[in-house]
Design a protein around this ligand. Structure first.
Ligand code: 4NP
Length: 173
C-alpha cells in the first residue's frame, strides 16, 4: 500500500513515543499508531519510534503481556527493543509524545534549547472524556494492557487527523 500526499507534505514527519521503561506503553503506541498510519496510507510520510526515560530494560523486547495484547488486535511489536531517550532525539523528531505527566516533566527537563521537537502528551489527541495520562500497566493485571490499547487507539486516530491538517497530508480514512 502506498501513501498519497499533497506537495505541502514533502518532508517526512518523525514521531517519538516515550514512557518510563519502553517495554509496555511506548512500544505499544509505536506499533498501534504505526499500523494506523499504514492503514491511512501515510506509512511513507511519517516515521514512528519509541524510547524510555529510564534505562532499566534497554535492549529488551516489549513485555510479553504487551506483546500478547497488541497481537490480539493484529499488531506485532515483538521485534521492537527498548532504548533510552537520547539528546539527539530532541533534534531529530518533530513530536515527542509522553505517556504521562511524569515522563513529560522528565522530557521537558532534558530538552536542549533550541530543539526541533514539540513535546506533549499523546492523550491530548484523544477525544474529550479520555484520561490525559496513560497509566503504567507494568505492576497490574491484563486489563491494564487492554486499557492502554483503547487509549492509544483513540489518541492515534486524533493524532493522525491533526498531522494531516497541520502538515497538509492527504489521509485515507
Ligand atoms: P512502561 O512500563 O514505562 O510503559 O514501559 C514500565 C515498565 C517497567 C517498569 C516501569 C514501567 N519498571 O519499573 O521496571
Amino acid at each position: 500500500m502506498t501513501g498519497q500526499a499533497s506537495s505541502k507534505a514533502s518532508q517526512r514527519i518523525h514521531l517519538l513515543f516515550v514512557c518510563l521503561g519502553n517495554i509496555c506503553r511506548s512500544p505499544t503506541a509505536q506499533g498501534v499508531i504505526g499500523r494506523q498510519l499504514y492503514d491511512a496510507g501515510l506509512a511513507d510520510h511519517v516515521r514512528v519510534d519509541s524510547a524510555g526515560t529510564a534505562g532499566y530494560h534497554v535492549g529488551e523486547a516489549p513485555d510479553s503481556r504487551a506483546q500478547a495484547a497488541a497481537r490480539a488486535r493484529g499488531v506485532d511489536i515483538s521485534h521492537l527493543r527498548a532504548r533510552p531517550v537520547q539528546r539527539s532525539d530532541f533534534h531529530e523528531f518533530d513530536h515527542i509524545l509522553a505517556m504521562d505527566r511524569a515522563n513529560l516533566a522528565t522530557l521537558n527537563s532534558r530538552q536542549p534549547r533550541p530543539a526541533r521537537a514539540r513535546i506533549g502528551l499523546l492523550m491530548e489527541y484523544a477525544p474529550k472524556g479520555y484520561d490525559l495520562e496513560i497509566a503504567d500497566p507494568y505492576a497490574g493485571g491484563p486489563e491494564g494492557f487492554e486499557r492502554i490499547l483503547d487509549q492509544i487507539e483513540a489518541a492515534g486516530n486524533g493524532l493522525i487527523q491533526a498531522l494531516c491538517t497541520r502538515h497538509g497530508l492527504r489521509c485515507r480514512n
